[in-house]
Design a protein around this ligand. Sequence first.
Ligand code: ATP
Ligand code: MG
Length: 387
Amino acid sequence: MYVVVHYAEIGLKGRNRPRFEERLRANLARSLRSLSEPRIRKLFGRILVQLPDHTDFEEVKRRIEKVFGVAYFSRVTLTRPELAEIEQAVDSYTKSRSFESFGVRVRRVEKTLPFTSNELERHLGQRIQQRTGARVELSRPDLWIVLHLLSREALLLHDRIPGPRGLPVGTAGQALSLISGGIDSPVAAHQMLKRGCTLSYVHFHSHPFTSTASQRKVRDLVAHLARYQGPVHLYAVPFGELQQTLVREAPSDPRIVLYRRFMLRIAEALAEREEARALVTGDSLGQVSSQTLGNLDTINRVATLPVLRPLVGLDKAEIVELAQHIGTFETSIEPDEDCCSYLMPSRPATWTRPDVIAAIERTLDVKGMVEASLAKVEQERIEPLDE
Ligand code: ATP
Ligand code: MG
């Protein structure tokens, strides 16, 4: 079985192009390897995947649909670029399909062949018409016959399946994603994977003061997201004791902002272990009190790495739609006890000032609190779901 993979955006990367292509090739190999034994090679601006004939194409499809950088892909019939072989391939392909109208498109990638694209289109069109009785139609036919002629191969493309687009994971650097078990953060992680980032994950939980539900959900979500990337690191940070300290020693209203500042500090320390160059959160401007500009600013002041917020301009409805599309929504809405609803203040501050919050923190042993949390961090390796 042959599958041809086309890529779009990475074609634009000039001198970096070979690096992007090589990464895409490696990512395709990784995602298919646990299914079958792929042989993968670059071929005139596309990638040709060869798999044993018995491989389940539906499963192949499910995997390639999660490889960022793929614009579209098709099963192909591979022949030599000679008329008799092409005719035979077209005959057996058209025999396997039912259609009343069709169109033929030939693209000559290699121009040394003895016929022009137009000549071949007309020739094949007449042949198919005679053999099947179907009519030629060039706008929205039931079936497109698409041929790409290379120097040593002719590719007959079957149905064109859209890929996830984006850039190959691993071409944009390493980031650490703060994942809560809610709807937004898995979508934020997905958006960064789509731009080529490799991710590690950190989750803050209040166990043993709350149940382990959020940790279980996060493991599921990370296993789901790992399908785009391969095995990943997940850090679980026990946060309950630090929260109790804040409840005892700091005013109640800005407590959520304080939680968030501590999360960023701890996340930065873990980012260093992972050699991550950015943090990722699921914040969306104004969605909840901790996401007003006044609070985002106060929270952000403790970070030295860029904090990427790919959902900042999206509405909740748009985020939910993405979560459903990615397949994380069902897990995200399972009930849990989020660490921020544990010891939630009764009137969360909606707009804080960095100097006021910094003054509060000067009364606390910030460094000691961060170090105590870091000492209890558990690191896990999460394998991709269903692989
Ligand atoms: P989400 O749906 O991702 O939980 P949210 O709408 O509930 O987001 P907040 O609870 O304010 O918003 O969280 C904002 C962001 O802060 C989250 O998207 C996530 O990146 C990070 N975050 C919040 N809680 C946690 C947590 N317990 N562990 C790790 N990151 C968290
Ligand atoms: Mg949340």
